[in-house]
Design a protein. Structure first.
Length: 545
């Protein structure tokens, strides 16, 4: 049994935890980073399978004025490669690599929906408007990652003019906070058109966030060697700074009065400050409030516990990993390495999850247990959904054996349905169904030689994500937009407050702290949490101020 004392305990070694630990260890603090899994990175990771390198989480990295300056500030060098985004519909594909590419996207939609040309033109103008807002938001490197004090000229000539534009832009973005389907329905009543534009966004995604993706596509980059190169570089830096990283270490109890955390193996960790970057429900579940002596603090914590009770995590994904005997040139003729593809014009409004629900008088609706009915629904869903297809070898030729290609094919999928299928005992059959049907869909649409060339394939589900990351509901971006109240900061000007908690000496960072979230937000809140810890420790005179 270990009893160790640290300046800071960081729980969760995803991008937020790695960022926090990197900055705090760089400052010379004694830092322990605990991760319940067997590797760092969370939803940013790469893995090897039979000579192919796959990305287990995000497929590309958007800078957003955050990632690159963070790496520069920490003295890390990563070689980033182009990650051109393509959008496909049926047999047609366009590349989104320049702002002018939106004209090609507009023409793609007009050919698919000629009866809605004016609607499409109006929607594209709305997208362009949002892109101008994003140009302001990410127009400069985030000042949080810049040494402003030692560069007053930069502050005066760059940051100040940007700050004024930023303050003028935020109210415009706030007006676009309604769900994207609802917002775009004011431009068109063509439901299939709206589906094709919106169905690869999370349920009830705010319009400003969804439409900003067309700016983010231009900001996608890919680390040489796979996305896992990014957390790998941070992990090396943390270890170089003599901080401790404990993998396979699950924190199961926190005593905020004693400033002590315990893990599942019976080890105890004392800390001056705690930064929690893992699943937020877990944090409030493992708290031991019995020793707290301040009634106001206890009340504030219980209020937060009540707020998150019943709230659900955001959308999850279903992913098929394929190894093929096809040469990369076969796929390069079709699209870029990051491909959003919709095989059908019909749209997902024609296959609703409610079809699988049945209700009984006096009881809430529940999923059917009829396997045949569920299988037919899943097939129709896979026929109509939008796929995010990543082809790592088109970015980095070392990521697959010569003359062969690996594909990562993902679609948003419901966690509760997957959990229900598992409870019925045909989870493995479900994965095999998904594997075979996605291959057939792609083979009969965009990749006519695919099925005969598949060497191997395996499926990751929302349950896989839940197990590997600990995220509630297998969420990939924090809280669901469908919650009546999102238990996180949601206003840009208040993002600095997102790292605060009612728990003494405890801060938070990561995707559960601010909404809408994503990898840049995880890094941003990780840095904000580190800065807050350093400031508060200095006030406590625990370190030289």
């Amino acid at each position: 049994m270990d009893i160790n004392t640290y300046d800071v305990l960081v729980v969760g070694a995803g991008m937020a935890g790695l960022t926090t630990a990197a900055y705090l260890s760089k400052a010379g603090l004694r830092v322990l980073l605990c991760e319940k899994g067997t590797r760092t990175g969370g939803l940013v990771n790469s893995f090897e399978y039979k000579g192919f390198i796959f990305d287990g989480g995000i497929r590309s990295i958007e800078n957003s004025g955050i990632v690159f300056p963070m790496l520069k500030q920490l003295g890390l060098e990563i070689d980033f490669l182009p990650s051109i985004v393509s959008v496909g519909l049926g047999k047609e594909v366009v590349n989104i690599n320049l702002k002018d590419s939106l004209a090609a996207y507009q023409e793609l939609l007009e050919r698919a929906f000629p009866e809605s040309k004016q609607d499409i033109a109006n929607i594209l103008q709305e997208i362009i408007k949002v892109m101008t807002y994003m140009d302001v938001m990410y127009g400069i490197d985030n000042p949080l990652f810049m040494d402003i004090k030692n560069n007053p000229a930069y502050a005066l000539r760059t940051v100040l003019p940007w700050a004024l534009k930023y303050m003028m832009t935020v109210p415009k973005i706030t007006k676009l906070n309604k769900p994207v389907y609802e917002h775009l329905s004011t431009f068109s009543k063509n439901q299939s058109l709206l589906d094709i534009i919106c169905q690869h966004f999370f349920t009830q995604t705010p319009a400003f966030f969804a439409l900003s993706y067309f700016s983010l596509y231009l900001d996608y980059h890919y680390p040489r060697g796979g996305t896992g190169a990014l957390p790998g570089a941070l992990e090396q830096l943390i270890r170089k700074n003599d901080a401790e990283i404990r993998l396979d270490t699950e924190i199961t109890s926190i005593d905020p009065q004693k400033n002590q955390a315990d893990d599942s193996k019976g080890n105890h960790y004392r800390f001056k400050k705690l930064v929690w970057t893992a699943d937020q429900k877990t944090l409030y579940r493992v708290l031991n409030l019995s020793s707290l002596t301040d009634g106001k603090v206890t009340s504030a914590i219980q209020k937060k516990q009540a707020l998150i009770a019943g709230k659900v995590g955001g959308d999850s994904v279903l992913t098929l990993y394929l190894t093929t005997e096809l040469d990369p040139s076969y796929f390069a003729k079709v699209s870029g390495p990051h491909f959003f593809y919709t095989p059908s014009l019909s749209g997902l409004s024609n296959v609703k999850l409610a079809e699988l629900l049945k209700g009984e008088e006096g009881r809430p609706p529940r999923f059917t247990s009829e396997k045949t009915r569920m299988i037919e629904w899943i097939k129709r869903f896979l026929d109509l959904t939008t796929y995010e297809i990543s082809i790592p070898v088109l970015r980095d030729k070392t990521l697959a054996p010569e003359g062969k290609t690996g594909l990562i094919v993902s679609t948003l999928f419901d966690y509760a349905l997957t959990k229900h299928i598992e409870s019925l005992g045909w989870y493995e059959d479900f994965k095999e169904l998904v594997r075979g049907h996605i291959i057939r869909v792609l083979n009969t649409s965009i990749y006519p030689e695919l099925e005969a060339a598949v060497m191997d394939g395996f499926v990751s589900t929302p349950l896989t994500i839940e197990k590997s990351t600990g995220n509630s509901d297998g969420a990939i971006t924090g809280w669901a937009f469908t919650n009546s109240v999102i238990p996180a900061v949601t206003q840009l000007p208040k993002v600095a407050d997102s790292v605060l908690t009612p728990i003494p000496n405890t801060y938070q960072a990561g995707q559960w702290t601010y909404s809408p979230s994503g990898m840049p937000i995880s890094i941003l809140t990780g840095k904000l949490a580190a800065d807050r810890v350093l400031r508060d420790l200095a006030k406590d005179r625990s370190i030289p101020g």
